[in-house]
Design a protein around this ligand. Structure first.
Ligand code: DQA
Length: 143
């Protein structure tokens, strides 16, 4: 499968950003780790990060016709971006929503995900393993 992994605002600061919540690993540490996992071997995994909502939406549109599955951690866009939700709903590519932290055990505003209903699965609070679970879920549904 061609899998696209998208990370949104502030996830480029992993390793520095609130390490008590998000851990000490950087986004590129997580990327290398995921690419090294056995489950990733049979897939082509492409990573994309942006702090900009429109750039993420453009990248989702570009995925049409060349991507079999998407794993997205939209950062705070999760909680309010109806434009991101519409983009995921429009492109017809199975998408897994991932959060490093448990969004249900934090502030009230984080408990709402406006993209949850347009994703095939939501994974929250498993740290980097959430991305691997995303790969596994996409593999299962492609069979
Ligand atoms: C996050 C959770 C969001 O609420 C937050 O805004 C993030 C990261 C997570 O991975 O736990 O930026 O998506």
């Amino acid at each position: 499968m061609n899998i696209l992994v998208i990370n949104g605002p502030n996830l480029n600061l992993l390793g520095i950003r609130e390490p008590d919540i998000y851990g000490h690993e950087t986004l590129s540490d997580i990327e290398k780790w995921l690419n090294d996992q056995e489950e990733s071997n049979c897939h082509t995994i492409t990573w994309f990060h942006s702090n900009h909502e429109g750039a993420i939406i453009d990248r989702l549109h570009e995925a049409m016709g060349n991507t079999d599955g998407i794993i997205i951690n939209p950062g705070a866009l999760t909680h309010y971006s109806f434009a991101l939700r519409d983009a995921i709903a429009s492109i017809n590519i199975p998408t897994v929503e991932v959060h490093l932290s448990d969004i249900y055990s934090r502030e009230v505003f984080r408990k709402v995900s406006v993209i949850k209903d347009v994703c095939i699965k939501q994974i929250s609070g498993m740290g980097k393993i959430g991305y691997l679970e995303g790969v596994k879920k996409l593999s299962i549904i492609s069979k």
